[in-house]
Design a protein around this ligand. Structure first.
Ligand code: DP6
Length: 358
């Protein structure tokens, strides 16, 4: 597949050094990306809320490093971190064909998360999105382009190559990645924002209840690979695309109950797919199931529109409209906190996407 953006030729640039910095949020998928092929291409379309309080801040100072190739130093929360550095180096080396300037730069990268590293929150989406924003801005500065605005589609394309879900963290409010008839302008190559969304979804909450901060036993990348041999995979890809069609209508109508049902069905499907992979595995913990039961009981008893979703881990994402914030707070404090690891909750909300820091 060809690259749909201009590749900058930097050979005559007079810019030799500079500094950029971006804050990029995480996101929570309502319809999940689970299964991929080729070079980071999704098997089905996915749709997520862009968050605001769970984010990564990344700063990159760059200088020309002619004829030496890509040079890199990496600090995570002000400490050297070899595994992260190696991951970023191999990612950046893999995209030099699109960003030739990287082959002539030394980069001092420094990154930190707003949430504790050991919180069990997937940080690859916000981390890869922040690096992609920085790299695209550096590329643009050195190319001395007329426009100072980075092209979000190009950033999303780059972020996707680092981690599929990162592609969706670049757009405000709701992002969709993967070609789908119901989403205007959608593509397998980058995410786009979702238009025609009822106001109730623009202030939605996502309280992330940390059940376990331990590292996952099976990574998302390995989980995607297991979908290739899963006998339900084709039915699943069709189901996900059908759910995008339904969700698009729900988002327009503002039907919170239909939204919550679909979100929960998707969470259960994702984990069911893990349980029927070969080899099978389970990422939910007893506390996850206890909270699911409590949420459903509470909803049935009180009629309060509070729902959950899960990503590829045991933590509960509690989803609810802004109008029931007080009820949700009381419910979390009285009922759900005992199931969390040391009372850990990250209170998050739908957000506006990347912010510049420099
Ligand atoms: C369950 O984006 O982490 O969170 O592309 O291999 O980096 P890679 O996978 P990743 O997978 C995310 C899976 C998910 C669902 C989703 O965010 O859509």
């Amino acid at each position: 597949m060809s690259y749909p953006f201009e590749i900058h030729n930097q050979s005559s640039s007079s810019i030799n050094e500079g500094r950029v910095g971006w804050r990029c949020p995480s996101n929570i998928a309502i319809v999940k990306y689970w299964g991929k092929h080729g070079r980071q291409l999704p098997r089905n379309a996915s749709l997520s809320f862009t968050l605001s309080n769970a984010y990564t801040d990344t700063y990159i100072s760059y200088r020309k490093n002619k004829n030496i190739g890509l040079g890199l130093s990496f600090l995570f929360e002000n400490e050297p971190n070899k595994p992260f550095e190696d991951k970023i180096r191999s990612f950046l080396e893999s995209v030099i064909e699109y960003f030739p300037v990287l082959g002539q730069l030394h980069l001092d990268i420094s990154s930190s998360n707003s949430f504790p590293h050991s919180s069990g929150i997937a940080s690859s989406a916000s981390a890869m999105a922040a690096i992609a924003m920085c790299i695209c801005e550096i590329d643009q500065q050195i190319a001395e382009t007329e426009s100072t605005q980075v092209d979000i589609k190009k950033v999303s394309y780059l972020a996707r190559l680092g981690s599929g879900s990162a592609s969706r963290s670049l757009v405000p409010l709701l992002g969709a990645w993967g070609e789908h008839d119901a989403i205007e302008g959608s593509s397998d190559l980058f995410a786009v924002d979702v238009s025609n969304v009822h106001d109730v979804f623009k202030t939605f909450h996502d309280d992330i209840l940390i059940v376990s901060a331990a590292e996952k036993s099976v990574s998302s990348t390995a989980g995607h690979a297991l979908m290739d041999g899963n006998i339900y995979s084709e039915a699943r890809y069709k189901q996900a695309n059908d759910r995008i069609t339904q969700l698009k209508e729900i988002l327009k109508s503002g039907d919170v109950d239909a939204f919550g049902k679909l979100a929960e069905d998707e969470a259960m499907t994702l984990h069911a797919l893990m349980m029927c992979s070969d080899p099978s595995y389970v990422l939910m913990e007893p506390g996850t199931l206890d909270m699911i039961r409590e949420i459903r009981e509470f909803r049935q008893k009180t009629g309060t529109p509070i729902y959950f979703t899960l990503d590829a881990g045991p933590n509960i994402h509690l989803l609810y409209p802004d109008s029931v914030t007080k009820e949700a707070e009381d419910f979390v404090t009285k009922t759900l906190l005992p199931y969390t690891a040391n009372g850990r909750v990250i209170k998050d909300k739908v957000g506006n996407g990347p912010q510049t820091l420099v």
